[in-house]
Structure formats: structure tokens, C-alpha cells
Design a protein around this ligand. Sequence first.
Ligand code: ADP
Ligand code: MG
Length: 279
Amino acid sequence: MLDERSSEASLGVSKLASGYGGALVIEDIDLDVQAGCVSTIIGPNGSGKSTLVKTIAGGLRAASGEVRLDGRNVTRLRPDQLARMGLGYVPQTRDVFEGLTVKENLEMGGFLLPRDQVAGRLKEVVELFPLLDRLISRRVNNLSGGERKMVAIGRVLMLRPRVLLLDEPTAGLAPELAHMVLASYVRKIADDGAAVLLVEQRAAEALQIADDGHVLVGGRVQLSGRGSELLARDDVGEMFLGQLPGDVERGDEHLALGLFEGEERDAEHAVSNETGREA
Ligand SMILES: Nc1ncnc2c1ncn2[C@@H]1O[C@H](COP(=O)(O)OP(=O)(O)O)[C@@H](O)[C@H]1O
Ligand SMILES: [Mg+2]
């Protein structure tokens, strides 16, 4: 359970398919994320990235296929069961408790810890994200987007997850802060031993810090490879350009990967029925 930190973490996904109300949004997804590694999922809006991580996190039931944590089939487990097994999930939206303070948010994140361990763990999370220190008594709804995202990630880190799912952690952040989140925090969490699955719209930056990447288009992985390999490929760019009509006016010189830099597209991609587990 929570204190079994010694074994190597891994996340495996095979032939995973899921969607909403019987219609499949993602299909035939295979992933393998090992301890110490960041795998990134990039792809245009609406390609199913959030659906994929939501399904892995147990918030959406898989139509078929398998999710494995440390080799164990966990496809049908509930989010709280997965959290106990060491899976952390920072969703794209609704990732903090708005009306609570930073400290209270972090404490809520420690809900599965024995009470007497919460304060110690909170201190460790603040040491990891020192910016949280001066915000600790502030209400989250008064914080900037970047500060809130830090709280959201910190909250999930309270349980010291061995596998961490991050859905667009830099959405809405200024470029420098986004860079810091990816290059320092996300990378550090993996370097500390977690297996990290990172969904990003800042494709180039994500590929720079990731060990490997997968391009999701239309609910299927179109291309996978080492981060550096994908960065160097023109066709990665073409996949994005082909799927983003809103970017046409930017012109072709905006090669692919640079396309997403500084974008805050769809940060609040609101869906109506996300509260519970969907069929
Ligand atoms: N709760 C939902 N109910 C019905 N359809 C949804 C829901 N959430 C997402 N979708 C649809 O699933 C597709 C993929 O969405 P999403 O996984 O959010 O993509 P991404 O994260 O790549 O932008 C879109 O067509 C979207 O409209
Ligand atoms: Mg999304």
C-alpha cells in the first residue's frame, strides 16, 4: 500500500479503448512507462488525451484493454483503490479545492495517510515546491494559475505516488513558469523514481524533458519514439498542422512543434458529466 515504495514502479497499458456513452474516443492504446521516466502524450485538441489519462486513473471505465500498475491488472479498480496503490492523477481542470487554503488542499491530498504523518509529508512537499511556503495560508481561489497548479501537483504528491499522471500541467501558465514546471518539477519527480505520464500541449518542451513520446491523433497513437527522435521529425509537425484549423493563419513556417508554445488553448475544456465515474 502507501508505504511500499521500494519496488520499481511501472505503468502499462495494452489495447486500451474507452469513450463516453458507448462511443469510443480512444482505441488500441499501448503504453509502457517505467520508474524514473517521463513519457509524454502530445496531440491536437480533442484527440483523446484527457480521456486516456482519465481512463487510466479509473475515472472512466475502459471499454476494452488493460491497465497495469507494477505489472498487476488494475483496469477495473476505482480511483481511490488506485491511489492506495500509488497512482497519482492531476486532472486538467478541477484539480484543487477552490474554497480551501493551500495547507488544507495539501492536507486533503494526504487523506490516505495516517493522521500523524500528514504534517511531515506536507513539509516535504513544501520543500519540493518552496514557492508554496509563502502561500500556505492563502485560499486557492485567490491564487494565480501557476500557483494553483503548483498546489494541485503538490496535493497529489502528498501520497508520494509511484506513478503520476499529469494532464496538461502547464495549461494557462506563463512560458517561464511552464518551463520551470516541466524542466524542474516534472523531470525531478521522475528522477526521484516515479513513472510519469505527461499530457502536454507544449509539445516541443514536453519532448525535450521526456524520455519518450506518443503522438495521439483521433484517439489513436500515430507515432511513438524517443523524445529527441520525435522532436527531429517533420511529420510530427504535419500531424498537428493537419488537425488545427484555427492555426492556419499562422502560416507554414510555424513548424509543428513550435506551434503550441505559449498557447493556452482549451485550458477549461469543460465537460458536463465528469463528476462521477462514467459508463
Ligand atoms: N464527458 C464527456 N462526454 C462526452 N464526450 C466527451 C467528454 N469528454 C470529452 N469528450 C469528447 O471526447 C473527445 C476527446 O476529448 P479529450 O479527451 O478531452 O481530448 P483532449 O484532452 O486531447 O483535448 C472530444 O471529442 C470530446 O468532445
Ligand atoms: Mg485534454
